[in-house]
Design a binder for this molecule. Structure first.
Ligand code: SAM
Ligand code: SF4
Ligand code: SF4
Length: 364
């Protein structure tokens, strides 16, 4: 079969395109036998927060060049790519950013994605991660559009500290109001993510656990990661999850729970008194690359195979140059089948000089 040559910006990262087309199989595996199951899509690189660990104001200042609108994947393009990924085995899509609720008419995209079905005919697990600032206003329309659930980021209950951490003078009470509204409209089960930075917000761990204990929201503690190049990450600021568990256990006894699935990033702990559970995501101290089934689509349509990858595969160029669905499916298959990324397992001298993209661009 003759094949058009389609220019890709990141040619070096594109594996062999030759040979027969790879038909969507639903059983794609990479070089470490990991299937493709999750897709995170960054719908904007902009954010109304300037979290110190993600978009520090010194870097993301008024002169920072965000992507122009034409560079972003359109909703049609996102849906088309998502369809290919779903045919290849993706069952869960998470919209992220930047702040995904800043993308105009995001509900229209959700409506389109909610219509997709797996090869077995099941709807997707369609979710979104948000800083919560616009959630109270948008929860109902997100639910109506077909969103299954949401994850809300909240790093502190102390208002002054939270305002310092988001560096946008945003109040805790508004995020909590967003969480309540999302729960009230049925965006459940809701998860709350707290990034723990030692020396910054570790004193908030127990108050956060106390607030969400007994509620239907599942609180998850995330180790501060060396993602991106602008946050000045330092290992001394990582509080190992094991210490988070010990700290909470001393106040509210915990018992380990089984994982829901092998690919689950969080380790689950239940309160001994039966009042719910917490999760810890030990991205730094306990790498879970062996079960990593996640691909990431950046705001401008580059496919990244790892949160720490230094380059992506330009799917936007592919589709804007007229590739057929079959060609896109073949490209995605070839890329995933060549994947060997496992940054967290290798973290250390082997990864010291790796150039990393920003979390707000690639999507958390
Ligand atoms: N703006 C949305 C939000 O904050 O929920 C979505 C995008 S944000 C990049 C996704 C998640 O990544 C958030 O929960 C955030 O706390 C987390 N995150 C950002 N930088 C991080 C870092 N250096 N280490 C660990 N988690 C980080
Ligand atoms: Fe924005 Fe989310 Fe990054 Fe905070 S973590 S700056 S809310 S993208
Ligand atoms: Fe997946 Fe990369 Fe994170 Fe490992 S470091 S779990 S491969 S995203």
């Amino acid at each position: 079969m003759s094949r058009r040559i389609i220019p890709l910006a990141d040619i070096s990262a594109i594996p062999d395109f030759s040979g027969i087309a790879a038909l969507p199989s639903g059983r794609l595996t990479d070089t470490l036998a990991r299937p493709l199951r999750d897709l995170r899509i960054s719908v904007t690189d902009r954010c109304n927060f300037r979290c110190v660990y993600c978009m520090p104001r010194e870097v993301f200042d008024k002169d920072y060049q965000f992507l122009p609108h034409a560079a972003l994947l359109s909703f049609e393009e996102i849906e088309r790519l998502a369809r290919v990924f779903v045919a290849h085995g993706v069952e869960k899509i998470r919209l992220t950013g930047g702040e995904p609720l800043l993308r105009k008419n995001i509900e229209f995209l959700i409506e389109r994605l909610a219509m997709l079905r797996t090869p077995e005919g099941r709807p997707l697990d369609l979710t979104l991660t948000t800083n919560g600032s616009l959630l109270a206003r948008k929860a109902q329309s997100l639910k109506d559009a077909g969103l299954s659930r949401v994850t809300v980021s909240l790093d502190a209950l102390d208002d002054a500290l939270f305002r310092r951490m988001n560096d946008a003078d945003f109040a805790v009470a508004d995020v909590l109001h967003g969480i309540e509204t999302a729960q009230a409209v049925g965006l459940a089960p809701l998860k709350v993510n707290m990034v723990v930075k030692r020396g910054t917000n570790d004193q908030e761990i127990v108050p956060m656990a106390r607030l969400f204990k007994g509620s239907s929201a599942v609180l998850r503690f995330i180790e501060y990661m060396d993602v991106g190049a602008s946050n000045g990450w330092n290992m001394s600021e990582v509080l190992p999850s094991a210490q988070v568990v010990d700290l909470i256990d001393a106040h509210f006894p915990l018992i380990p729970l089984e994982a829901h699935s092998a690919a689950e990033t969080a380790q689950r702990w239940g309160y001994e008194d039966g009042s719910g559970e917490i999760g810890v995501i030990s991205s730094v101290t306990r790498a879970f690359c062996g079960d990593c089934t996640r691909a990431r689509l950046s705001t401008e349509g580059k496919l990244y195979l790892c949160l720490f990858a230094s380059s992506g595969h330009d799917l936007r160029a592919l589709i804007r140059n007229g590739a057929t669905d079959e060609e896109v499916a073949t490209a995605v298959a070839r890329i995933w089948q060549a994947r060997g990324d496992r940054y967290s397992q290798l973290r250390g001298s082997a990864t010291d000089n790796v150039r990393r993209v920003e979390m707000s661009y690639i999507g958390g």
